[in-house]
Design a protein around this ligand. Sequence first.
Ligand code: ACO
Length: 434
Amino acid sequence: MGARKESFTITDNRTGKSWELPVLKGTMGPDVVDVRKFYADTGCFTYDPSFTSTAACESSITFIDGDAGLLLYRGYPIEQLAEQSDFMDVCYLLLYGELPTPVQKLKFEDDIMHHTMMHEKLRRFYDGFQMNAHPMAIMCGIVGALGAFYHDRIDITDPTYRMIASYRVLSKMPTIAAAAYKYSVGQPFIYPRNDLSYSANFLHMLFATPCEDYEVNPVLERAMDLILILHADHEQNASTSTVRMAGSTGTNPFAAVAAGIAALWGPAHGGANEAVLRMLDEIGTKDRIPEFIKRAKDPDDPFRLMGFGHRVYKNYDPRARIMQRTCNEVLDALNAKDEPLLELAMELEKIALEDEYFVKRKLYPNVDFYSGIIFRAMKIPVSMFTVMFAVARSIGWVAQWNEMITDPGMRIARPRQLFTGPLKRDFVPLDRRR
Ligand code: ACO
């Protein structure tokens, strides 16, 4: 006789009826109670509006243990990847599941770097935006429009098509992002240089001009690469779940990624790096920190300490630690160590980490707390910060989209609701409404 399958028994105390819910086990992380048949069996829905207790899919890409401060891409710790690999290695790993061999890596990098140009007609889309348009709005529009350019060849059931589309997203995101920046400052768009690394080319497109030579600073190139690695994927966060949800309808990957960009934009998610900088600017000087800490703790004040707290990390965000180190290196390399913003950020972090309110709620600096300071030192404008995040996360989005499409259990994602509106009632004609 085989071992008894693990399960939960749920009892309806109104009727005394019981049902058995199977327990599913992953390779790591909490077990999962399978409620897929719950509605069919019981006639009830489960209720979890912000998904705090819900595993929405099966995935083998990224693992997080929020209590241990652990982040693994396909099993590899983020610290090791940050130290020993580069962004192209990480992209291949996320997409294919294994680190590339030297030959695979050369081919992958070559393929990615030879699809960096955007269609010339796509460049004209930018003209439709106001110059002061937020670059994340431009990103949503242009990335979504990619679907119109590759429309004939869209067949998401074809694995070759899916890989080509994934490469296109990865290759063109820096070009689209850099053009959004150039448009906002009124400079000509800079064509990609395929002889540079992914990160160096991104910096080149952001900062070169046709009038003079631009040499990419290797410290900044490495810092950019590291930022891309740290943001590449993060399990089922809000934007990735949005990509999966949009993708589950069978829409094209460019539309799904555009939906992800829209979700990333919010200050509770990717928009936090921009919000951190705006907050630090608003605080201005160290002596004003207590005033802002007080506001963050006031339940009647909507102000939150941006760059603090995380839905999953309740110990520390391992990416924030690496980011803090990189921040110091970049400021050193740029002779900007006395950057008052860094001092302010460090003082704020120190005060918050000692404050009972933050300690009790396990609120620690997240990845965005330091990334903004690095971007500022690199002369990347504040409104572009979330765009940098979007470029990095595009690999996570396409990797998760590919995984979702190939999941044999994949169906359209269609949540239900707890309805609290009016009961059924008869229509009232206009002349009888009071
Ligand atoms: N400042 C002050 N208080 C906070 C903060 C903060 N940054 N974050 C959470 N809290 C408090 C809440 O008020 C709540 O207190 P209460 O229990 O007394 O009501 C408690 O901590 C729990 O917070 P929740 O909002 O329930 O936590 P949730 O998991 O829903 O939110 C989030 C996580 C959105 C990241 C939140 O911590 C936040 O808004 N942080 C600031 C924005 C930010 O930095 N976002 C980036 C996230 S990382 C990323 O996307 C890359």
